[in-house]
Design a protein around this ligand. Structure first.
Ligand SMILES: [Fe+2]
Length: 235
């Protein structure tokens, strides 16, 4: 089973699929790469949008896509969110932002060097958080932060996800291989936005991981995704 844990395939939600037609193009590309399940993770920025409005819009968007799919031969779609970190998240019913049917929520951090004050706020959030956190595209934060800083964040029981297209980029490749080998990255996702601008690179990353690491490594990444979706992995 192949699972893509990060995508912007829901129509009219964010900077991803502009309409249902584009969503179907992305789903077709994922199907061509053998993907069975795709998690739709539209952006939520609490400083731009309130949570209730986001959830309502996400429901409408998912219904629109469901109608467009019409039982066609596409990957199964599971709804989640990519939630940009804000201290305002504390106290919100985060379960509603989790990947549907799981207690796991995808969190995005700012692409910057994390200050001590920021790390302290983040640590307070992570230690009190009642849902399990998946850190989106962890490799990006290595551009700005030392590995020790990222280790500290992971030490709060955070699971890390890597973007499939990062395996094609020299500056991320080695870091990702290391992170996967050490078990720090346990999930992959395409973070696909559009068939033209940011198409899914699932198949390419699968080939790279199988060739440069091993078949077992790739299967292990898929197993983590499956365990989250089917409730076997709680933390
Ligand atoms: Fe994303």
């Amino acid at each position: 089973m192949r699972l893509d844990f990060h995508s912007h395939i829901l129509p009219k939600m964010d900077d991803g699929a502009a309409d249902a037609e584009e969503s179907l193009k992305l789903l077709k590309l994922l199907k061509d790469d053998g993907v069975d399940v795709v998690v739709a993770t539209p952006h939520l920025y609490l400083h731009k949008q309130d949570m209730d409005g986001f959830i309502r819009k996400r429901g409408e968007s998912a219904n629109e896509l469901d109608r467009a799919v019409k039982g066609g031969d596409y990957p199964q779609i599971v709804v989640g969110a990519e939630v940009y970190f804000s201290p305002a998240l504390s106290g919100l019913p985060l379960k509603e932002l989790c990947v549907a049917g799981t207690g796991h929520m995808m969190l995005e951090l700012p692409c910057e060097s994390f200050s001590a004050a920021f790390l302290n706020t983040l640590a307070n959030f992570l230690s009190a958080c009642e849902v399990n956190i998946i850190l989106a595209h962890i490799e990006r934060y290595f551009d700005y932060n030392k590995p020790e800083v990222m280790d500290e964040i992971l030490s709060y029981g955070v699971l890390a996800q890597a973007n499939c297209d990062s395996f094609e980029q020299a500056r991320y490749r080695k870091t990702l291989f290391k992170l996967i080998k050490s078990g720090k990255v346990r999930l992959i996702g395409t973070d696909s936005h559009s068939a033209e601008r940011r198409p899914p690179a699932f198949g390419k990353s699968e080939r790279v991981i199988r060739k440069k690491l091993s078949d077992d490594t790739f299967e292990g990444l898929m197993k983590t995704a499956e365990d989250i979706l089917y409730g076997k992995l709680l933390k």
